[in-house]
Design a protein around this ligand. Sequence first.
Ligand SMILES: CC(C)(COP(=O)(O)OP(=O)(O)OC[C@H]1O[C@@H](n2cnc3c(N)ncnc32)[C@H](O)[C@@H]1OP(=O)(O)O)[C@@H](O)C(=O)NCCC(=O)NCCSC(=O)C[C@H](O)C(=O)O
Ligand SMILES: [Mg+2]
Length: 295
Amino acid sequence: MTQIRPRRTALYVPGSNQRALDKAGTLGADVLILDLEDAVAPTEKDDARRRVVEAAVGFRMSGFRGEVVIRCNGLDSPWGHADLAAIVKAAPDAVLIPKVSLAADIERVRAVLRATDAPRLPIWAMIETPRAVLDPLAIALSADEHWPLAALVLGLNDLARETRARQVAGRAPMMAWMMAALAAARVAGLDILDGVFNAIADHEGFVSECAAARDCGFDGKTVIHPSQIASCNAAFSPDATELALAKRIASVFDLPEHAGQGVVMVDGRMVERLHAEMARRTLAIAAAITHRSAG
Ligand SMILES: CC(C)(COP(=O)(O)OP(=O)(O)OC[C@H]1O[C@@H](n2cnc3c(N)ncnc32)[C@H](O)[C@@H]1OP(=O)(O)O)[C@@H](O)C(=O)NCCC(=O)NCCSC(=O)C[C@H](O)C(=O)O
Ligand SMILES: [Mg+2]
């Protein structure tokens, strides 16, 4: 089984907000996305870049056990090239590329990064344009076999803007695109994170959207405010009942009486060997979360 990294909650932290950068590492998010793109006004881009590089180095020195990802501006913007040069120096866990539409967009970033001679930085891609949701597989599998993508992140605010689909409760207008991106991620063996929930004060709505995203198969969700982190972590962590059942299912085929069987009954439900494999994954996620929290 491939190594599991908990990515239940990925917190966007505006690169221009020093107070937010200072406290981000203490809030319990598995991933920090230090943002140079949409959360930062054009007049603050250069200052934010400097702050983010400093913060990324600081998180590493402070022993932060999660992942630090920096979201750059697009290469077609006035800031994209300077962002990539600074990000290479900061050496975060990954760079997040916004508004990827085609595999070629990732290849352009790889070409810029290659020219720096720095070690290969893992690349995450935002799926948030109409073109991207029409062919997410091409992006997920994008070219270089020695430098594959590392994760996908949905950007439903931009997708809503560009498609004019409304962001309603239950997200029916977006669901087909979300699930196409999820299937593409699975084909490519990538994690995929759900988009943000903008109504920070609507706790009930947020909890319900986290549960729905988990049930759809997302590995975690991006969030925008510290108050969203605990519920999001909880939604994407296996609970006690799930773990107890997973333990029974994971070991049921090891029992001598079930050796050689393909199907058994556990708690009144049919269990196949594929369910045992899924249960082992649930246990591995729980172990990875415990390991992360123990630090
Ligand atoms: C939405 C906010 C602007 C609200 O900020 P604020 O009014 O300061 O909130 P609070 O007063 O409740 O904050 C309390 C303290 O918590 C800190 N804080 C707030 N947000 C964050 C954060 N994201 N990370 C870390 N710390 C945070 C405040 O500094 C307060 O601290 P203190 O003063 O010491 O008590 C703000 O939450 C915010 O800017 N959020 C992030 C917005 C963002 O990043 N947007 C871009 C990404 S979303 C997106 O668009 C995804 C995708 O691209 C798409 O298209 O969908
Ligand atoms: Mg966006």
